[in-house]
Ligand binder design. Structure first.
Ligand code: PEP
Ligand code: MG
Length: 359
């Protein structure tokens, strides 16, 4: 047992000496970050901040979504900001001295609201008894207004930030002020801000301007890089333009696979893919291992066009593929700077990054 552990350790140490790819982790909590650090993570490549809006914070989020004037919206954001600040403080502390890419909130809003069907039944039953609460009626109207047939192709990512004033600014203020506080305590926080689901340079430029304005207000404008996910085919194709407004790219190969193939990442398995695999039409799911001809070609295009604009543009990947051995070889070949994967896949990612360099 001990001998095996020692030889695996030697192997990984050797891989670390030869690999060119950095290995970061996807982590949303200080616990995950600390665990990943023990596995050798060299930073966080993706912190999904949407997870921070669940639990008891749902009420404030609901208030934010229901707000129908500036004052109500600002009040809801003011409730969330100190909580977010605490989240980022813990995360940056756990990753002290290492880069932490924090992605601004991404998912469709309806994920924070009750299900339309259940609420409609509740309101209908209450109405029959003449006792429907005003809150539930207003909530139902909002849920109906936000309902989308294809929410993953709808109001999420950068679109949310552009439609709800102050939402991204609140998160950025929380990140920046957490960094200022840690620095005052002698720590070395290294946050990076990442914008999700960008498809047009106009979207990125508008958000970038807002983010920069907040960073200037907090007095940290020069130190915090602002980058974007590349997770839509259009973003990969116009990466030369996008690079003008980005300090770094991180390829979101989950959404990029979904949008390139037109496969719903949430439904594909049950809908038909298991049968594709059974029949041998495909040997492996493109959500597991990078599809080099399609999705991979878009990644390559994004790399080439992005670096044509900015030769030193920092490039990473934070989709599930970042922890998949075959995909890691591909990311090495196309010249990414780092992969980011879940904490438990870090050792394998280090090993494969080393093997890719030796090949
Ligand atoms: C992605 O789309 O690859 C990604 C990393 O973001 P998420 O999985 O959160 O959509
Ligand atoms: Mg995504």
């Amino acid at each position: 047992g001990d001998e095996l552990v020692a030889s695996v350790h030697r192997l990984i140490t050797h891989a670390d000496e030869v690999r060119r790819l950095g290995v970061r982790t996807n982590a949303d909590t200080a616990d995950d970050a600390a665990r990943a650090r023990r596995f050798g993570a060299e930073g966080i490549g993706l912190c999904r901040t949407e997870h921070m809006f669940l639990g008891e914070r749902r009420e404030s989020v609901e208030r934010l979504i229901l707000a129908d004037d500036d004052a109500e919206r600002e009040a809801a954001l003011a409730e969330l900001e100190p909580l977010q600040r605490g989240d980022f403080l813990e995360l940056l502390k756990a990753m002290d001295g290492l880069p932490v890419t924090i992605r601004l909130i991404d998912p469709p809003l309806h994920e924070f609201l009750p299900s339309m069907e259940e609420l409609a039944v509740k309101v209908a039953v209450a109405r029959e008894r003449g006792s429907a609460s005003e809150h539930d009626v207003t909530l139902l109207a909002a849920v109906e207004r936000l309902h989308e047939q294809n929410p993953m192709l709808g109001l999420r990512g950068v679109r949310l930030g552009l439609v709800i004033p102050g939402l991204f600014a609140m998160q950025v203020r929380a990140i920046a002020s957490a960094a200022v506080e840690l620095r005052a305590r002698g720590k070395d926080p290294r946050p990076e801000i990442m914008i999700p689901l960008v498809g047009a340079v106009q979207e990125l430029q508008l958000v970038r301007d807002e983010v920069s304005r907040v960073l200037t207000e907090v007095g940290v404008d020069r130190e915090i890089p602002i980058g974007t996910m590349i997770e839509l085919p259009r973003a990969a194709v116009i990466a030369d333009q996008i690079a003008e407004a980005a300090d770094f790219f991180s390829f979101g190969t989950n959404d990029l696979t979904q949008t390139t193939w037109g496969f719903s990442r949430d439904d594909v398995e049950g809908a038909f893919f298991s049968r594709y695999l059974e029949k041998g039409i495909f040997a492996v799911s493109p959500f597991e291992s990078i599809d080099r001809e399609g999705v991979g070609a878009l990644v390559r295009t994004g790399v080439e066009r992005g670096r044509a604009t900015k030769p030193d543009l920092k490039l990473g990947v934070c989709g599930e593929h970042g922890g998949d051995p075959d995909s890691i070889h591909f990311f090495h070949e196309v010249g990414l700077d780092y992969v980011s994967c879940s904490p438990f896949r870090i050792p394998v990612a280090r090993l494969e990054a080393g093997r890719a360099a030796l090949d």
